[in-house]
Design a protein around this ligand. Structure first.
Ligand SMILES: [Zn+2]
Length: 353
Protein backbone atom coordinates (compact mmCIF):
# COMPACT_ATOMS: atom_id res chain seq x y z
CA UNK A 1 0.00 0.00 0.00
CA UNK A 2 1.35 3.35 -0.97
CA UNK A 3 -0.18 5.88 1.39
CA UNK A 4 2.74 8.18 1.56
CA UNK A 5 1.38 11.69 1.22
CA UNK A 6 -1.37 13.50 3.09
CA UNK A 7 -4.41 14.14 0.91
CA UNK A 8 -3.84 17.86 0.98
CA UNK A 9 -0.54 17.29 -0.79
CA UNK A 10 -2.19 15.47 -3.70
CA UNK A 11 -3.83 18.47 -5.35
CA UNK A 12 -2.24 19.40 -8.64
CA UNK A 13 0.17 16.51 -8.71
CA UNK A 14 -0.10 16.23 -12.45
CA UNK A 15 1.14 19.78 -12.87
CA UNK A 16 4.03 20.30 -15.22
CA UNK A 17 3.57 16.90 -16.85
CA UNK A 18 4.01 16.29 -20.55
CA UNK A 19 0.44 17.58 -20.91
CA UNK A 20 1.55 21.00 -19.78
CA UNK A 21 0.44 23.72 -22.14
CA UNK A 22 -2.19 21.54 -23.86
CA UNK A 23 -5.95 21.88 -23.40
CA UNK A 24 -5.72 18.99 -20.91
CA UNK A 25 -3.43 20.91 -18.59
CA UNK A 26 -3.28 24.63 -19.30
CA UNK A 27 -0.20 26.46 -18.15
CA UNK A 28 -0.65 28.23 -14.83
CA UNK A 29 1.42 31.27 -14.15
CA UNK A 30 1.96 32.29 -10.57
CA UNK A 31 2.87 35.84 -11.61
CA UNK A 32 6.19 37.72 -11.75
CA UNK A 33 7.52 35.48 -14.51
CA UNK A 34 7.15 32.40 -12.34
CA UNK A 35 5.22 29.22 -13.09
CA UNK A 36 3.86 26.29 -11.13
CA UNK A 37 6.39 23.47 -10.66
CA UNK A 38 5.88 19.72 -10.74
CA UNK A 39 4.95 17.78 -7.61
CA UNK A 40 6.13 14.47 -8.98
CA UNK A 41 9.78 13.58 -9.21
CA UNK A 42 12.28 10.95 -10.27
CA UNK A 43 13.67 9.83 -6.92
CA UNK A 44 12.28 7.98 -3.92
CA UNK A 45 8.61 8.17 -2.96
CA UNK A 46 7.68 10.74 -5.62
CA UNK A 47 9.54 8.79 -8.31
CA UNK A 48 8.18 6.73 -11.23
CA UNK A 49 7.53 3.49 -9.32
CA UNK A 50 5.11 5.35 -7.03
CA UNK A 51 3.54 7.89 -9.39
CA UNK A 52 0.24 6.02 -9.16
CA UNK A 53 0.18 6.67 -5.41
CA UNK A 54 0.41 10.44 -5.85
CA UNK A 55 -3.06 10.86 -7.35
CA UNK A 56 -6.03 8.73 -8.39
CA UNK A 57 -5.62 10.35 -11.81
CA UNK A 58 -2.33 8.51 -12.25
CA UNK A 59 -3.73 4.98 -12.37
CA UNK A 60 -2.44 4.43 -15.92
CA UNK A 61 1.13 4.79 -14.62
CA UNK A 62 0.85 1.38 -12.93
CA UNK A 63 -2.00 -0.24 -14.84
CA UNK A 64 -1.63 0.95 -18.44
CA UNK A 65 -0.45 -1.56 -21.00
CA UNK A 66 0.70 0.92 -23.64
CA UNK A 67 3.11 2.98 -21.61
CA UNK A 68 6.10 5.02 -22.71
CA UNK A 69 9.05 5.19 -22.96
CA UNK A 70 10.05 1.92 -24.58
CA UNK A 71 13.11 0.37 -26.08
CA UNK A 72 12.72 0.53 -29.86
CA UNK A 73 14.32 -2.84 -30.49
CA UNK A 74 11.70 -4.62 -32.48
CA UNK A 75 11.17 -4.20 -36.19
CA UNK A 76 7.45 -4.53 -35.52
CA UNK A 77 7.46 -0.95 -34.19
CA UNK A 78 6.19 0.55 -37.39
CA UNK A 79 8.15 2.90 -39.54
CA UNK A 80 6.16 6.02 -40.25
CA UNK A 81 5.93 8.33 -43.22
CA UNK A 82 7.62 11.64 -42.61
CA UNK A 83 5.25 14.54 -41.98
CA UNK A 84 4.59 16.27 -45.24
CA UNK A 85 5.30 19.62 -43.71
CA UNK A 86 6.50 21.16 -40.52
CA UNK A 87 5.94 24.84 -39.94
CA UNK A 88 8.16 26.35 -37.28
CA UNK A 89 6.89 28.62 -34.52
CA UNK A 90 7.01 32.23 -35.54
CA UNK A 91 5.77 33.93 -32.41
CA UNK A 92 7.73 34.77 -29.28
CA UNK A 93 8.81 31.80 -27.18
CA UNK A 94 9.05 31.39 -23.41
CA UNK A 95 11.60 29.15 -21.70
CA UNK A 96 10.48 27.75 -18.33
CA UNK A 97 11.88 25.59 -15.57
CA UNK A 98 9.04 23.36 -14.33
CA UNK A 99 11.17 21.48 -11.84
CA UNK A 100 10.47 18.24 -13.73
CA UNK A 101 11.92 19.55 -17.00
CA UNK A 102 12.78 22.70 -18.90
CA UNK A 103 10.20 23.60 -21.47
CA UNK A 104 9.74 26.02 -24.34
CA UNK A 105 6.18 27.23 -24.65
CA UNK A 106 5.27 28.04 -28.20
CA UNK A 107 1.60 28.84 -27.86
CA UNK A 108 1.22 32.55 -28.37
CA UNK A 109 -0.98 34.76 -30.42
CA UNK A 110 0.21 34.72 -33.98
CA UNK A 111 2.11 31.46 -33.49
CA UNK A 112 1.47 29.40 -36.60
CA UNK A 113 3.59 26.32 -35.83
CA UNK A 114 1.91 23.25 -37.29
CA UNK A 115 2.56 19.59 -38.04
CA UNK A 116 0.61 17.81 -40.74
CA UNK A 117 0.66 14.07 -40.15
CA UNK A 118 -1.57 11.27 -41.39
CA UNK A 119 -3.88 13.82 -42.97
CA UNK A 120 -4.48 15.74 -39.77
CA UNK A 121 -3.19 19.12 -38.62
CA UNK A 122 -1.60 19.52 -35.20
CA UNK A 123 -0.26 22.61 -33.50
CA UNK A 124 2.88 22.63 -31.36
CA UNK A 125 2.03 23.45 -27.76
CA UNK A 126 5.43 23.11 -26.13
CA UNK A 127 8.67 21.19 -26.28
CA UNK A 128 10.71 19.97 -23.33
CA UNK A 129 13.75 17.84 -22.57
CA UNK A 130 14.68 14.65 -20.76
CA UNK A 131 18.19 13.79 -19.64
CA UNK A 132 19.16 11.06 -20.04
CA UNK A 133 16.94 10.21 -23.00
CA UNK A 134 13.86 8.10 -22.25
CA UNK A 135 13.50 6.03 -25.43
CA UNK A 136 16.26 3.65 -26.33
CA UNK A 137 17.05 2.34 -29.79
CA UNK A 138 18.21 -1.28 -29.93
CA UNK A 139 18.99 -0.94 -26.21
CA UNK A 140 21.35 2.00 -26.73
CA UNK A 141 20.61 5.06 -24.61
CA UNK A 142 21.30 8.69 -25.46
CA UNK A 143 22.18 11.68 -23.28
CA UNK A 144 19.25 13.92 -24.23
CA UNK A 145 15.75 13.63 -25.70
CA UNK A 146 13.42 16.40 -26.83
CA UNK A 147 9.64 15.94 -26.78
CA UNK A 148 7.60 18.21 -29.04
CA UNK A 149 3.99 18.00 -27.84
CA UNK A 150 1.37 18.64 -30.54
CA UNK A 151 -2.38 18.74 -30.16
CA UNK A 152 -4.99 18.51 -32.95
CA UNK A 153 -7.47 21.38 -32.70
CA UNK A 154 -10.06 19.16 -34.41
CA UNK A 155 -10.27 16.40 -31.78
CA UNK A 156 -7.64 17.02 -29.08
CA UNK A 157 -5.48 14.03 -30.09
CA UNK A 158 -1.81 14.24 -29.19
CA UNK A 159 1.31 13.59 -31.26
CA UNK A 160 4.68 13.75 -29.52
CA UNK A 161 7.66 14.07 -31.82
CA UNK A 162 10.65 12.62 -29.96
CA UNK A 163 14.16 13.60 -31.03
CA UNK A 164 17.31 11.98 -29.65
CA UNK A 165 20.67 13.71 -29.26
CA UNK A 166 24.10 12.13 -29.15
CA UNK A 167 27.36 13.71 -28.04
CA UNK A 168 29.56 15.14 -30.75
CA UNK A 169 32.92 16.87 -30.61
CA UNK A 170 32.51 18.33 -34.08
CA UNK A 171 28.88 19.39 -34.44
CA UNK A 172 26.05 20.97 -32.47
CA UNK A 173 22.35 21.62 -32.89
CA UNK A 174 21.79 25.40 -32.92
CA UNK A 175 18.50 25.27 -31.02
CA UNK A 176 19.98 23.25 -28.16
CA UNK A 177 23.08 25.44 -28.06
CA UNK A 178 20.91 28.58 -27.82
CA UNK A 179 18.74 27.07 -25.10
CA UNK A 180 21.81 25.94 -23.15
CA UNK A 181 23.05 29.54 -23.18
CA UNK A 182 19.68 30.67 -21.76
CA UNK A 183 19.55 28.00 -19.05
CA UNK A 184 21.32 30.05 -16.35
CA UNK A 185 18.35 32.49 -16.47
CA UNK A 186 15.98 29.69 -15.40
CA UNK A 187 18.32 27.71 -13.14
CA UNK A 188 15.72 27.64 -10.37
CA UNK A 189 12.45 25.66 -10.69
CA UNK A 190 9.45 27.93 -11.20
CA UNK A 191 11.30 30.57 -13.20
CA UNK A 192 10.78 31.64 -16.82
CA UNK A 193 12.51 33.84 -19.36
CA UNK A 194 11.49 35.12 -22.81
CA UNK A 195 13.45 33.74 -25.75
CA UNK A 196 12.31 36.30 -28.29
CA UNK A 197 12.57 35.27 -31.90
CA UNK A 198 16.04 33.80 -31.58
CA UNK A 199 15.30 30.07 -31.69
CA UNK A 200 16.87 28.53 -34.79
CA UNK A 201 14.83 25.40 -35.45
CA UNK A 202 15.52 24.91 -39.16
CA UNK A 203 17.54 21.71 -38.68
CA UNK A 204 14.93 20.38 -36.26
CA UNK A 205 12.24 20.71 -38.94
CA UNK A 206 14.55 19.15 -41.55
CA UNK A 207 15.24 16.21 -39.24
CA UNK A 208 11.52 15.58 -38.68
CA UNK A 209 10.64 15.73 -42.35
CA UNK A 210 13.61 13.79 -43.78
CA UNK A 211 15.08 11.19 -41.35
CA UNK A 212 13.61 7.74 -40.50
CA UNK A 213 10.73 7.77 -38.03
CA UNK A 214 9.15 5.01 -35.97
CA UNK A 215 5.62 5.41 -34.68
CA UNK A 216 3.64 3.75 -31.96
CA UNK A 217 0.68 4.46 -29.69
CA UNK A 218 2.03 4.96 -26.19
CA UNK A 219 1.56 7.33 -23.28
CA UNK A 220 2.82 10.47 -21.69
CA UNK A 221 6.05 9.59 -19.87
CA UNK A 222 5.00 11.70 -16.87
CA UNK A 223 1.92 11.61 -14.62
CA UNK A 224 -0.91 11.07 -15.38
CA UNK A 225 0.69 8.69 -17.95
CA UNK A 226 -2.28 9.24 -20.28
CA UNK A 227 -2.44 6.70 -23.12
CA UNK A 228 -3.50 7.12 -26.73
CA UNK A 229 -0.54 9.38 -27.46
CA UNK A 230 1.08 8.87 -30.86
CA UNK A 231 4.86 8.95 -30.65
CA UNK A 232 6.90 9.80 -33.72
CA UNK A 233 10.47 8.94 -32.82
CA UNK A 234 13.42 9.88 -35.00
CA UNK A 235 15.88 7.02 -34.57
CA UNK A 236 18.86 8.96 -35.92
CA UNK A 237 20.24 11.28 -33.24
CA UNK A 238 20.98 14.96 -33.69
CA UNK A 239 24.41 16.25 -32.58
CA UNK A 240 24.87 17.57 -29.04
CA UNK A 241 27.99 19.49 -28.06
CA UNK A 242 29.50 18.62 -24.69
CA UNK A 243 29.14 22.11 -23.24
CA UNK A 244 25.40 22.23 -23.96
CA UNK A 245 24.93 18.74 -22.58
CA UNK A 246 26.60 19.67 -19.31
CA UNK A 247 24.50 22.85 -19.10
CA UNK A 248 21.27 20.84 -19.51
CA UNK A 249 22.37 18.18 -17.05
CA UNK A 250 23.27 20.80 -14.46
CA UNK A 251 19.76 22.33 -14.49
CA UNK A 252 17.48 19.45 -15.52
CA UNK A 253 19.31 16.91 -13.31
CA UNK A 254 17.71 13.48 -13.98
CA UNK A 255 14.22 13.16 -15.46
CA UNK A 256 13.90 9.88 -17.35
CA UNK A 257 11.17 7.33 -16.60
CA UNK A 258 12.37 3.73 -16.69
CA UNK A 259 11.76 1.66 -19.84
CA UNK A 260 8.23 0.28 -19.84
CA UNK A 261 7.17 -3.23 -20.80
CA UNK A 262 6.30 -4.41 -24.27
CA UNK A 263 3.28 -2.68 -25.76
CA UNK A 264 0.03 -4.46 -24.92
CA UNK A 265 1.51 -6.61 -22.18
CA UNK A 266 0.86 -6.25 -18.47
CA UNK A 267 2.31 -3.15 -16.80
CA UNK A 268 5.63 -4.00 -15.11
CA UNK A 269 4.43 -2.48 -11.84
CA UNK A 270 1.41 -4.84 -11.87
CA UNK A 271 3.74 -7.72 -12.63
CA UNK A 272 5.88 -6.72 -9.67
CA UNK A 273 2.87 -6.30 -7.36
CA UNK A 274 1.58 -9.78 -8.22
CA UNK A 275 5.03 -11.29 -7.82
CA UNK A 276 5.46 -9.63 -4.45
CA UNK A 277 2.01 -10.71 -3.30
CA UNK A 278 2.83 -14.30 -4.25
CA UNK A 279 6.08 -14.18 -2.33
CA UNK A 280 4.38 -12.81 0.76
CA UNK A 281 1.68 -15.47 0.59
CA UNK A 282 4.30 -18.18 0.18
CA UNK A 283 6.30 -16.76 3.09
CA UNK A 284 3.17 -16.69 5.29
CA UNK A 285 2.35 -20.30 4.40
CA UNK A 286 5.88 -21.36 5.22
CA UNK A 287 5.94 -19.66 8.61
CA UNK A 288 6.14 -22.44 11.18
CA UNK A 289 3.62 -22.54 14.06
CA UNK A 290 4.87 -20.93 17.29
CA UNK A 291 7.16 -23.22 19.22
CA UNK A 292 8.10 -25.26 16.17
CA UNK A 293 11.30 -27.13 16.88
CA UNK A 294 12.73 -26.57 13.41
CA UNK A 295 12.62 -22.77 13.58
CA UNK A 296 16.13 -21.55 12.90
CA UNK A 297 17.80 -19.19 15.34
CA UNK A 298 18.58 -16.75 12.57
CA UNK A 299 16.83 -16.22 9.26
CA UNK A 300 18.70 -16.00 6.03
CA UNK A 301 17.75 -13.31 3.49
CA UNK A 302 15.24 -14.53 0.90
CA UNK A 303 16.75 -16.00 -2.23
CA UNK A 304 16.43 -13.83 -5.30
CA UNK A 305 14.94 -15.29 -8.46
CA UNK A 306 17.25 -15.87 -11.34
CA UNK A 307 18.32 -12.68 -13.02
CA UNK A 308 17.35 -10.50 -10.08
CA UNK A 309 19.68 -8.37 -8.02
CA UNK A 310 21.79 -7.27 -10.92
CA UNK A 311 21.24 -5.76 -14.29
CA UNK A 312 19.59 -2.45 -14.99
CA UNK A 313 17.04 -2.56 -12.14
CA UNK A 314 14.24 -1.38 -14.38
CA UNK A 315 11.78 -1.31 -11.49
CA UNK A 316 13.06 -0.57 -8.03
CA UNK A 317 10.63 -1.09 -5.18
CA UNK A 318 10.85 1.00 -2.05
CA UNK A 319 9.83 0.47 1.52
CA UNK A 320 11.53 -2.83 2.24
CA UNK A 321 10.50 -4.65 -0.92
CA UNK A 322 12.25 -7.87 -1.74
CA UNK A 323 14.58 -6.34 -4.27
CA UNK A 324 14.58 -4.96 -7.79
CA UNK A 325 12.70 -6.70 -10.56
CA UNK A 326 14.76 -6.52 -13.69
CA UNK A 327 13.37 -6.82 -17.16
CA UNK A 328 15.10 -10.18 -17.32
CA UNK A 329 13.34 -11.35 -14.17
CA UNK A 330 9.94 -10.36 -15.54
CA UNK A 331 10.18 -12.81 -18.39
CA UNK A 332 10.77 -15.65 -15.91
CA UNK A 333 7.63 -14.98 -13.86
CA UNK A 334 5.10 -16.92 -15.84
CA UNK A 335 6.95 -18.21 -18.82
CA UNK A 336 7.52 -16.63 -22.20
CA UNK A 337 4.89 -13.95 -22.79
CA UNK A 338 5.90 -12.60 -26.17
CA UNK A 339 3.61 -14.76 -28.26
CA UNK A 340 3.59 -14.13 -32.01
CA UNK A 341 0.26 -12.35 -31.58
CA UNK A 342 1.78 -10.12 -28.92
CA UNK A 343 4.66 -9.29 -31.21
CA UNK A 344 2.22 -8.21 -33.88
CA UNK A 345 0.38 -6.06 -31.36
CA UNK A 346 3.58 -4.25 -30.50
CA UNK A 347 3.61 -2.73 -33.94
CA UNK A 348 0.12 -1.28 -33.63
CA UNK A 349 -0.11 2.48 -33.48
CA UNK A 350 -3.02 4.83 -33.97
CA UNK A 351 -4.98 2.17 -35.78
CA UNK A 352 -2.29 1.56 -38.42
CA UNK A 353 0.00 -1.35 -39.05
ZN1 LIG B 1 8.49 14.33 -22.14
Amino acid sequence: MYTLLPLAALAGLASASCLHGTSYLPRRSTGNNTIEVAKFGYTGTTGPVLWDSLSADNVACSAGRFQSPINIADSSIATAPNPTSYTLPTGPLTFENLGSTVEVLSEASGNTSALTFDGKAYSLKQFHFHTPAEHRVSDEHYPLEMHMVHEAPSDGSLVVVALLFDLSTTAATPLVKALAAALPAIANPGTATPLGEAADMADIAKHITSTPLRAYAGSLTTPPCKEGVTFLLATEPLPLDVESYNAFKRVVKFNARFSQGALGEENLLRVFAKENEGRQRAAANETPASGAEEAPATSAPPALPEGQGEGDAATVPVGGGPGPVTEGAVSTLDGPRATPAARVRRGRWAGRE
